[in-house]
Write a protein that binds this ligand. Structure first.
Ligand SMILES: Cc1cc2nc3c(=O)[nH]c(=O)nc-3n(C[C@H](O)[C@H](O)[C@H](O)COP(=O)(O)OP(=O)(O)OC[C@H]3O[C@@H](n4cnc5c(N)ncnc54)[C@H](O)[C@@H]3O)c2cc1C
Length: 801
């Protein structure tokens, strides 16, 4: 029994589509008709990317984050004069969902390009794929209707060229007889939901353009079928082209070809195109997938290993790792530049990076909102001068939606390791859900995403709840509790004022007092928002005013630390104003140059410390006990909850991530003596690997988004130039990178960060591996154009202009 859906669609086609197709005399009319309903919804877990193989355009369809089981070349139907990869997504998407990496070429169509143009095109595609894969053992070919006939023509051409045949083929209602001699063309004329014999003959004449209809490449039914690969054929019992299949199967079997054949009742010609609605379509495609995969599994063990080739086809062109500001910024620019093939891996279940993780009370940014946003994704309705965490988080979500990135991002997918395959010039990317290959990897994993918990003796013995500020446990009720806060950095000074009023006692353990300056925050009114939205010049001026205000600090930080005396005076004035107790003021007065550690801004931190239930403890911590914290002076203070405001592992951003470059070089080992990179972006022996917010690109004075944008533009120029010029790999020259880092370290020695304090900017060897030692516009200027002399490129003799 056929399904009601099959009955229904067949009836619908017979009464509406067939009469119109019968009447359509011009190819253009028929083309319009056949392509009219092409709106297949691509499932979220699939990625459809325009691409080209051997210069023939088409579409790649892959499933996110899975290891492709085989490569499938699908040749679409459409009578050789209509349709495309796009119209035939019901096929390509189905096969991709089954684990195939699918390419559907847009071969040339008649009547503009008559027989044998289509065959020439698909042969080029096929041979290029074989070359890229290092063999045909994991390659299968499928075709529907005219695409079925084309598949058989392709097999003959491959055989004639003595090239390897695919592991298997599958044909759906194949059109194999352009002479239309099968009885079904007449017998089924009434029952067929799509064609009358006259329309079939007309289509054939348009394609043949005078060539002989009995030519075996045009009508493979008349071909010598010996030696063809295992073949699955599915056709409809009552379609006009039924006998194109039945006679083909007979002849193929007689020629010794392994054939699996099935005639389906009630369904119409090429019914698999309706796979979302018709159960028989899904059943047919499932059977075909299993047939093909079984043959692939059988032959791949014998297939030759992939070999060096310039045309290796990656699963995805660019793989971005991380969906914070830098990863999303990169994704937006790739999307805008038309590089369709990219994905974003995100280990967490949500985008946003820092601004997703840090949900502690009072979390805000220290950079004004207009500046702390992507210039190519301006937001005009910030509610305050300094944005809060929920507002930035929402902004990043808006960016994903506005730029249509949702399908690009693979959440809950951690990059565990990536290794460079020198033979193929591709990165093999491994996640817990699968592996795939990418031409370029862009690491946007951020610098402040790995919480640092101090190695305090007895820390594991603590009996109460404890958490890091970046992993705030909102389930812990702090009301009436004795809370120990360890650390007085950027996060602590934001959340301490928020929680102080609800706890019974707050002990704030301080190792070093921070420099704190007033925060010039205010709400942004409706009129200002209106102007920002409707007057672009005003918006630009606001951004630039804020930029230059922040940039002035670079003079003091990097050229003349003495210039920071003004900041010192402001900080001391704030202390005097807000902290009446001389003893507390003394505790809170830093003993190092302002700027050596990050300067913080707050209006409520100092007043909070004057509250009776808040105690600033500046003695060092000796140990943690089950119910308290003991300081070096031997005093144990009760603690029901411990909150670590102890920052991040900023000098070891890789963590467990394994990145293996050329010659087995491991990034964690290359960085054992401290992180380094060429402008924080590329590293020798790691070809086609880029970083955003890499070593020495952080800032102490301005918005890092400005730095990210400089790097994003740089990476984009590398990628687009390489693609344009056919370059396969790019690798920074070791001596160039070494000289660059020497210069950076030399400049850093003259900055405020080298004036003797202990900060998270420095690594275990005292090397500043986090900050850029100058003006941000200088960094931008240096990255504005790629200096190709710094790179070794492969794939062409010439150096890009
Ligand atoms: C509390 C706080 C306040 C800050 N305030 C300021 C400020 O005022 N001004 C300023 O300029 N900067 C500030 N920063 C710095 C901030 O980190 C950057 O401004 C910026 O948000 C970093 O963006 P990012 O995309 O580079 O990294 P992140 O935001 O850290 O994003 C990295 C992403 O990569 C993902 N990821 C990491 N490893 C993997 C992996 N192996 N596989 C898959 N995904 C992975 C992470 O889950 C994360 O989503 C602040 C940081 C914090 C923590």
């Amino acid at each position: 029994m056929a399904s009601w859906q099959a009955h229904f669609v067949s009836l619908l086609l017979r009464t509406t589509f067939k009469p119109r197709l019968t009447k359509a005399l011009e190819a253009t009319d028929a083309r319009r008709l056949l392509e009219s309903g092409a709106a297949h919804k691509v499932p979220d877990d699939l990625d459809v990317q325009p691409g080209e193989v051997a210069g023939i355009p088409g579409e790649w369809v892959v499933r996110h984050g899975t290891v492709p089981k085989a490569t499938l070349l699908h040749l679409h139907g459409g009578g050789y004069f209509a349709c495309s990869a796009r119209t035939h997504r019901p096929y390509t998407c189905f096969f991709a969902a089954q684990g195939f990496r699918v390419f559907a070429p847009n071969y040339r169509l008649a009547p503009e390009h008559p027989f044998p143009a289509a065959i020439d095109d698909v042969l080029r595609v096929y041979l290029s794929l074989v070359e890229a894969l290092g063999g045909a053992g994991s390659l299968v070919v499928t075709g529907d209707s005219a695409g079925g006939g084309l598949t058989l023509a392709l097999m003959q051409r491959i055989r004639e060229a003595s090239r390897p045949l695919p592991a298997a083929i599958a044909l759906f209602s194949p059109w194999t007889d352009l002479a239309t001699t099968g009885p079904s063309a007449i017998e089924n004329e009434a029952s067929c939901s799509m064609f009358v014999s006259e329309a079939i003959r007309r289509g054939a004449a348009g394609y043949l353009d005078g060539a002989d209809a009995l030519h075996p490449h045009a009508s493979p039914l008349y071909a010598d079928l010996r030696g063809l690969p295992p073949m699955l054929v599915h056709a409809a019992e009552r379609e006009a082209m039924r006998d194109d299949s039945t006679r083909l199967v007979e002849r193929a079997r007689a020629a010794g070809v392994e054939v699996e054949f099935r005639l389906w009742p009630v369904v119409h010609h090429d019914w698999q195109m309706f796979q979302p609605f018709i159960p028989e379509a899904r059943e047919s495609l499932t059977i075909a997938s299993e047939f093909l995969l079984a043959r692939v599994a059988h032959t791949t063990t014998e297939a030759p290993a992939p070999r060096r080739t310039r045309d290796a086809v990656p699963d995805v062109e660019v793989c971005i790792v991380g969906s914070g500001f830098s990863g999303l910024g990169m994704a937006i620019r790739l999307e805008q530049s038309g590089i369709g093939s990219f994905c974003v891996l995100e280990q967490s279940g949500e985008v946003g990076g820092t601004w997703r993780d840090n949900t502690y009370p009072g979390c805000t940014c220290d950079i004004p909102s207009h500046l702390y946003s992507l210039s190519f994704a301006p937001k005009t309705d910030w509610s305050r001068m300094y944005p809060t965490q929920p507002e930035i988080r929402a902004y990043l979500h808006d960016c994903v939606e506005h730029f249509g990135l949702t399908n690009r991002i693979q959440l809950n997918t951690r990059l565990e390791s990536a290794e460079y395959d020198e033979a193929r010039g591709l990165w093999n990317v491994h996640t817990p859900t699968g592996s795939f290959s990418a031409r370029f990897v862009v690491s946007a994993i951020g610098g402040l995403h790995r919480p640092a918990i101090p190695a305090l003796p007895g820390i594991e013995s603590f009996a109460g709840p404890s958490f890091h500020s970046a992993r705030w446990d909102h389930g812990v009720d702090l009301r009436g509790k004795h809370v120990a806060v360890i650390g007085t950095g950027a996060s602590a000074i934001q959340f301490v004022p928020q929680i102080a009023s609800e706890v019974a006692q707050l002990d704030l353990y301080q190792r070093t007092a921070p420099w704190v300056l007033p925060k010039l925050d205010r709400a942004i009114g409706a009129r200002e928002q209106w102007a920002l939205r409707h007057v672009p010049l005003f918006r630009t001026l606001c951004r630039w005013r804020l930029y230059w205000r922040q940039e002035l600090f670079a003079f003091g930080f990097t050229l003349k630390p003495q210039l920071l005396d003004r900041a010192r005076r402001m900080g001391l004035r704030l202390l005097r104003k807000q902290v009446p107790s001389e003893a507390l003021r003394a505790q809170l007065t830093p003993d190092y140059q302002p700027g050596c550690k990050r300067i913080l801004i707050s209006n409520d931190y100092f007043p909070t410390l004057t509250q009776p239930q808040v105690k600033l403890v500046s003695a060092g911590i000796r140990e943690v006990r089950p119910h308290g914290v003991v300081t070096d002076d031997g005093i144990e203070r009760r603690a029901d909850v411990i909150i670590y405001g102890t920052g991040f592992q900023a000098t070891d951003t890789l963590g467990p991530l394994r990145v293996t470059g050329r010659g087995g070089a491991r990034l964690d080992e290359v960085w054992r003596g401290g992180m380094h990179a060429y402008y924080g972006t590329t590293v020798p022996r790691f070809p086609n690997f880029f970083m955003i917010s890499g070593p020495n690109t952080g800032l102490g004075h301005n918005s890092v988004i400005f730095m990210f944008e400089a790097q994003i533009g740089y990476v984009l120029e590398c990628i687009t130039t390489m693609r344009r010029q056919g370059l396969r790999t790019l690798e920074v020259r070791a001596h160039v990178e070494a000289d660059h880092n020497e210069a950076v370290q030399h400049r850093l020695r003259r900055t405020v960060w080298a004036t003797g304090c202990k900060s998270w900017y420095l690594d275990a060897n005292g090397r500043n591996v986090t900050l850029w030692p100058g003006f941000t516009f200088d960094y931008w200027r240096r990255l504005r154009r790629v200096d190709w002399r710094a790179y070794r490129t492969e794939g062409t003799e010439s150096t890009p202009a």
